[in-house]
Write a protein that binds this ligand. Structure first.
Ligand code: UT7
Length: 332
């Protein structure tokens, strides 16, 4: 059973940070052979935020984390652990987590990154809840942060039109008496599909060389249509059994926070679950796919806009490179 037992855990605060610069579909149509109509119809995306040159994932993550701490009214010195879901760390080491820890001055906190494709933030959230629930930690900052733009091939229309940069952070801690908090989580991997989304070169398997640079292997590669089919095949039965094993019925769920990769995926999966697609909060029109940051940004926005409020039951679900996928259920 995927249920959390032990101490109840609640979301105590959320924070957002988006780079200012915007890139529209029309801008992209001047860079590669694409059109606003194609991107909107196939994905739902209209515009995305892109980091300035030199603006790092750790900077976005630290700003989002500061906002989450302020929203929770908790000081950095009360944080025990910082977990960062990211696929675009400033460097492979050191990770983003320790840099955020230093910026915050979170002197008692451990810090590390969780790299699990776009599902990384859901993995990190499940780990954070488990750590608090077990009594190991009391307050944990979980961050989803990405600056994928320097890792995209701006000559490849299959990928460059899809992604955006951004960060959001959650501060978790023990739940007040009257709150149910986090209920259940299930995270999965199917590594036999590892070649569907990859970043081929620059590490052990394909060390950087003039050949890897010439072959444009230092950029995100994705077999988009295969990913689309994988997700549509795997997610509906997975989410159905997740709800059953979490003792939840579809009608119990106030809102679905999906990974914002493609509007057709969100609507198609929900239709297969017999759930009204209007029950999903969607922001990919103005943010694109922010990878591991997407579900956290979506929840933050939905709460800020009053779409979600205290007592609502949320299922957050994501999928991405690995292939990985997962879901986590909680009451706000
Ligand atoms: O966050 C990680 C998880 N990622 C995802 O979940 C992404 C999942 N995949 C998708 O969202 C969709 O597969 C895409 C949006 C990436 C692509 O949509 P699609 O409906 O699967 O299109 P396709 O890849 O089958 O390509 C259809 C056509 C092709 O042309 P031909 O071969 O039919 O002539 C592509 O070359 O669309 C072409 N195409 C484009 N045309 C204009 C591909 N990208 C573009 C583009 N603009 N940007």
């Amino acid at each position: 059973m995927p249920l959390f037992t032990g101490r109840k855990v609640a979301l105590l605060g959320t924070g957002l940070f988006l780079p200012e610069k915007l890139l529209t579909n029309d801008d992209l149509s001047k860079m590669v052979e694409t059109s606003d109509a194609w991107i909107r119809e196939r994905t739902g995306i209209k515009v995305r935020h892109i980091a300035d040159d030199g603006q790092l994932t750790s900077e976005l993550a630290a700003c989002a984390a500061q906002n989450a701490l302020a929203s929770a009214g908790i000081g950095a010195d009360a944080v025990d652990m910082i977990l960062v879901g990211t696929n675009s760390p400033d460097t492979i080491f050191p990770g983003v987590g320790p840099k955020v820890q230093a910026v915050l001055g979170a002197s008692r906190a451990g810090a590390c990154d969780v790299q699990a494709g776009c599902t990384g933030s859901v993995y990190a959230l499940a780990m954070a809840v488990s750590g608090i629930s077990s009594g190991l930690w009391r307050h944990v900052l979980v961050i989803g942060a990405e600056v994928l733009s320097p890792l995209l091939d701006w000559e490849d229309r299959n990928t460059c039109v899809l992604f955006g940069d951004g960060a959001s952070a959650f501060l978790l801690g023990p739940a007040p008496e009257d709150k149910r908090g986090f209920i259940a989580a299930d995270v999965r991997a199917e590594g036999e599909f590892h070649d569907l989304i990859s970043f081929p070169a620059g590490l052990v398997e394909r060390p950087a060389s003039s050949e890897t640079v010439a072959a444009r292997e230092h950029y995100v590669k994705m077999k988009g249509n295969d990913v689309f089919k994988f997700v549509n095949r795997k997610l509906p039965p997975f989410l159905k059994s997740f709800l059953v094993e979490s003792n939840l019925k579809p009608a119990d769920v106030t809102n679905w926070i999906f990974h914002q990769a493609n509007l057709r995926i969100i609507e198609g999966v929900l239709r297969r679950l017999d759930v009204d697609p209007a029950k999903a909060y969607v922001n990919l029109d103005h943010l694109g796919n922010t990878s591991a940051a997407s579900v956290f940004i979506a929840l933050h926005e939905a709460m800020e806009q009053g779409v979600l409020k205290g007592g609502d039951l949320v299922v957050m679900t994501s999928f991405g490179a690995g292939m990985t996928y997962g879901a986590i259920a909680f009451e706000l």
